[in-house]
Write a protein that binds this ligand. Sequence first.
Ligand SMILES: Nc1nc2c([nH]c(=O)n2[C@H]2C[C@H](O)[C@@H](COP(=O)(O)OP(=O)(O)OP(=O)(O)O)O2)c(=O)[nH]1
Length: 178
Amino acid sequence: MSDVSPAPALVSAPASAPVSAPASAPAPAAPWPEDRIPVDVAVGVLVRRTPDGQEGEFLLTSRPEGKVYAGYWEYPGGKLEQGETVEQALRRELQEELGITIGPAHPWKVEMMDYPHARVRLHFCKVFDWEGEFEMREQQAMAWQTLPVQVQPVLPGTIPVLRWFAEERGHTGPTHVG
Ligand SMILES: Nc1nc2c([nH]c(=O)n2[C@H]2C[C@H](O)[C@@H](COP(=O)(O)OP(=O)(O)OP(=O)(O)O)O2)c(=O)[nH]1
């Protein structure tokens, strides 16, 4: 029996790499098990401007019943569908979940999170402009917050965002209660 122990994970290869493996060769080992392949998620950080033009409150929503981490507070958004850009996915998700039409999405940070249920690559975008009345179309709750965040519990993937806000705003002390 041949030795089929996996080669070191090949994450990327130069575009010019020769393709010389015979058709019968086993498929190369995936860099991660199937359930660890990152899922891209578009996340909207809606920020209200203060009267003097500074960044003020930001919107958190609770995860609906029936989803993993139901009841945890997060930023609205969801998984990219086939062929979508982050901005397209964000526009669709916020329309579907909140009934609003967003203006430009400003890419802010990208963060990987490993959950027991999935590995996700979170594309956080700040959004300052939107149109429409907020409707909680998935029976979620919404809360405009500032630091320290008062709603709880917050999703693990939300905590780095609060730290980034703290750095930007010179906030010291806890970023959230609980
Ligand atoms: N929407 C959102 N998801 C987040 C945040 N932080 C974080 O770790 N996540 C994770 C939780 C989930 O594993 C994943 C998003 O998946 P989801 O189930 O909410 O996406 P979806 O709305 O497309 O769901 P579905 O259609 O598949 O039910 O990203 C966040 O701030 N917002």
